[in-house]
Structure formats: C-alpha cells, structure tokens
Design a protein around this ligand. Structure first.
Ligand SMILES: [Zn+2]
Length: 308
C-alpha cells in the first residue's frame, strides 16, 4: 500500500466494517467498529522531524539508555584504545594496526547493538507485562516479540514510544495467532490511547508488508464464549449462526465483535444457557444497542424464532 492512497476509505481492512468516519481536523479516517485509524493524510516523519529525531538518537546513544536492565555482555567488552600504541606506549606495527582497526570497528558495532539490546530488553519486559494482563499464551508473546524485533530492524521505532510499538506488536500478534483482541482491550491493558495503537499498528503492518485477512466474527466466539462460561455446544451453535449469516452476506460491513456478540446471545437463548444482552455486550465490548440491532437482523433474515 502506497502512502497517501485512499483505497481503504470505505472498508476497514481489519474488520471489513463499512462504518467509518472522517475526522477532518486531524485528517484521519477511523473505523467506527474496531477503532482502527485506517488512513491519515498527515504523513509520519517529515524531513525536519527526522533530523530532530536523529539528533535525539545520537544524544541517547552517547549517554546510554536511561536504565540498565541486564548487562548483556557481562562486562566483557573492554574498550579498545584508539591510539596506535600498545600498553607500554610503544608504536604498534602496521600489521597489528590493521587488526586493531578491525577490532575497533567490530567493537563499535557491538556497542550499538548493546544499546538497542537494552531497548529491546525494556520492550520485551513491557510486552510481557501487557501480554499477561491480556492473558495471552506464550506463543503469542513470542510472535509479538518477533514483530517488535522486525520493527526495530527496519527503524520503525524512530519517533515512537517503545510502549506504543510493543502494544501494536501485541495487537498484531493476536491477529496473527488467531486469538484477536480488540483495540480497546489492548488499550486498557497497555494504558495507551486506542487510536495511537491503531495508528502504530497500521504503520508497522504496512512497512513490514504483513497482510492479514480481516477478522471474522467466528474468531471472537471461543474467547467471548469462555468468558461467558458457555458450553462448547452453545459456542458451536453461535459459530453455525455466523457461518450461515456470512454465506448470506449478512455480516459484510458489520463489525465482527457485534455480530459475534449477537450470535452468541441467540445461541445462548436457543440452547437454554441464556445470558443477558448486557452480559454479552460487556464481554464483547459493544453496546447493548449494537447487539439488539444485529440480533434483530439475524433473527429476521435467518428465520430464527426465539422469545426474548
Ligand atoms: Zn475496523
């Protein structure tokens, strides 16, 4: 996707919802259903901004990272003297000089990598903290770490906070591992602004060339279902309802969490494990009104007769 294109203005690439709003003041397009910042005209990283940032980076590199978590090389990196003298002040022969030049180069590289290693250690600690608040399995945390590392390698952290990028990496990893969390959930767990996470996420996915198919309501059923302590049968019923609805194209343009919630609600009533619309709404992070609207549509078009 090229920057500045408006291809996604009508359909959210995350959840395929067609309900989007334009914030002209901030020049962005936001999905009303999942909260993703779909497009923004304010292009990140103009030249002045980048220069400023580079300066900051240099400064940071000189003074070292603000906090040390681990001594990664266990204090083994002795600084190689820049003068061509040995320990006794005698000149070093040319043959040795070349060797020392190589060592110095090599050491520089190590030092740079140490500073980013420190940032990485900080990021991974943060990532783990947020991941455990979201009760994510180990595999997903590892996937998030992979995304984060790739973002670092491509220099995408520049001008962004470590916390912001790690939250976005987590959000991405959830999607990649098929256990989607909503932006709201990641936002609460990371104590960061939802739009900011959505914006960083989009940026990273675009720059790393990762394309994920939009989430479907089915993806949300297992988690919402287990949080509502619904049986496997009821969850299967909800999935069945969703599949039929998808086949008949009743879900296109609808936020997946809302459709999942409504289907779960219907299934819970049908199989005698009734949960209230309020309970389902809370778990799914949607409003009761959304559930009611989706529920009415589904019940009517799928000819489901249930007594509310
Ligand atoms: Zn969306």
């Amino acid at each position: 996707m090229e920057k500045g294109t408006t291809e996604y203005t009508d359909v959210c690439p995350e959840c395929s919802s067609t309900s989007v709003s334009r914030d002209y003041e901030r020049a962005e397009i936001i999905c009303n259903s999942c909260g993703l910042v779909i497009d923004e005209k304010i292009v990140d990283g103009g030249p002045e901004w980048r220069a400023f940032d580079q300066e900051q980076r240099n400064k940071r590199a000189r003074t070292g990272a603000p906090m040390t978590y681990t001594i990664h090389d266990k204090g083994l990196s002795t600084v190689i003297d820049w003068r061509n003298k040995d320990g006794y002040g005698k000149d070093i022969p040319a043959r040795k000089r070349a060797q020392m030049y190589r060592l110095r180069k090599w050491q520089q590289r190590i030092r740079v990598s140490n500073s980013s290693e420190r940032n990485l250690a900080f990021a991974l600690t943060d990532l783990d903290k947020v991941a455990s608040r979201l009760s994510l399995p180990k595999g997903t945390r590892e996937q998030a770490a992979v995304v984060y590392r790739k973002a670092v390698e491509k220099g995408l952290i520049r001008g962004r906070s470590i916390e912001g990028v790690s939250a976005a990496a987590l959000y991405a990893a959830c999607r990649m591992c098929n256990i989607p969390r909503t932006l709201d959930e990641v936002s609460i767990a990371s104590k960061l602004n939802r739009k900011e996470i959505g914006r960083t996420y989009r940026f990273i996915m675009r720059e790393l060339n990762i394309n994920l198919s939009p989430t479907t309501p089915v993806d949300y059923v297992p988690r919402f279902g287990s949080e509502l302590k619904l049986s496997g049968e009821t969850q299967a019923k909800a999935i069945e309802i969703i599949r039929v609805a998808m086949d008949r194209e009743l879900t296109s343009g609808r936020g997946p969490t809302g459709v999942a919630a409504a289907s779960i609600y219907i299934a819970s009533v049908l199989l005698g494990e009734r949960r209230t619309q309020r309970e389902v709404a809370d778990v799914a992070g949607v409003t009761e009104v959304t559930i009611r609207n989706r529920y009415k549509e589904l019940a009517e078009k799928l000819d489901i007769d249930i007594i509310i």
